[in-house]
Design a protein around this ligand. Structure first.
Ligand SMILES: Nc1ncnc2c1ncn2[C@@H]1O[C@H](COP(=O)(O)OP(=O)(O)O)[C@@H](O)[C@H]1O
Ligand SMILES: Cc1ncc(COP(=O)(O)O)c(C=O)c1O
Length: 277
């Protein structure tokens, strides 16, 4: 029996900035799972820096999948994150169709927006394509802005009631996924997440005081821990709570030791905490 779960992680490799594959691979490995990257692009650094170099690998992704199929490679989970074009979204769907099986976990982080706005390289056709990809997921993990875009409702920073939150999670569940894990639920003082099981209609929220900084890549750290924990047998509720606690600890360690969020969250400082889970 294979005791090391194999997770296909489909993201870009940004050398500097700590996001996507440079976050997924070390965290998933620390949790004693194998991270298998399908790189969508290689970048000098992520897109929030003023200058970047970018090599798009879309034209090679299908060839990689062809080789894996011929070599009889399979996966226990497929996780997708930031994608640069509707074509890349279709390639993720193709990976799910080619490598999916009944026992597999599919996690989609529809990383495309934050603070009420789509990332600058995105247009509305990405949102339409992302809705389609979300329909293939068992777990969808939007931040609150992404949830609003997926549902085509206006974004607001005003706190929402538990009934409204449940309604929005239910609408996301009706798009396909069994579980909805929503981060950055509006709150002035706390990082709040909602974890919703669409089959049982069970909603849990978890909150932790906000560290007063903003960083890129927090969603990727969260998704990496979530994925590893689900593969280790945690329930999605416990996995999401663990992901939230770890991400916040990593942000606090960065504030205390690095004293700057410029190059992302220095999760390396707290990575050993994941090793014995
Ligand atoms: N300033 C912060 N203080 C505490 N926790 C944070 C902070 N920023 C992010 N987090 C944690 O990281 C998780 C993911 O961050 P979020 O910003 O929602 O993701 P994304 O990068 O996808 O926009 C949050 O749910 C929260 O647990
Ligand atoms: C190239 C690239 N990959 C991934 C991300 C994802 O970051 P986050 O986890 O904050 O959504 C970003 C965000 O700027 C990015 O530019």
């Amino acid at each position: 029996m294979n005791t090391v779960p194999r997770i296909l992680t489909i993201q870009d490799m940004s050398s500097i900035g700590r996001c996507a594959l440079t976050v997924m691979i070390p965290i998933i490995s620390a949790m004693r799972c194998q991270a298998v990257p399908l790189a969508t692009a290689v970048l000098s650094n992520h897109l929030e820096y003023p200058h970047y170099e970018f090599v798009d690998l879309s034209d090679h992704m299908r060839d990689f999948m062809d080789c894996w199929e011929k070599n009889n490679i399979d996966f226990h989970a497929i996780v997708s994150g930031f994608l640069a074009s509707p074509e890349q979204i279709q390639l993720v769907e193709e990976a799910i169709n080619r490598f999916g099986n009944d026992n597999q976990m599919i996690i989609v982080d529809p990383a495309m927006a934050d603070d009420g706005r789509l990332y600058s390289i995105y247009t509305s056709d990405m949102v339409v394509a992302m809705r389609h990809l979300v329909s293939k997921a068992h777990i969808v993990k939007p931040n609150y802005t992404e949830a609003c875009f997926l549902l085509d409702i206006p974004y607001s920073t005003q706190p929402i009631s538990e009934d409204e939150l449940r309604h929005r999670c239910k609408q996301l569940h009706q798009m396909g996924p069994d579980m909805v894990i929503m981060t950055s639920v509006p709150s002035e003082t706390h990082a709040t997440i909602a974890v919703y099981n669409g089959i049982t209609d069970n909603l849990q929220t978890y909150s932790i005081p906000l560290v007063p900084v903003k960083a890129t890549g927090t969603g990727d750290i969260f998704t990496a821990v979530l994925s590893g924990a689900v593969m280790k047998g945690y329930s999605p509720y416990d996995a999401a709570e663990l992901a939230m606690n770890f991400t916040t600890k990593a942000i606090q360690a960065t504030v205390d030791n690095v004293k700057s969020m410029k190059h992302g969250v220095a999760f390396e400082l707290v990575l050993p905490e994941l090793i014995n889970l």
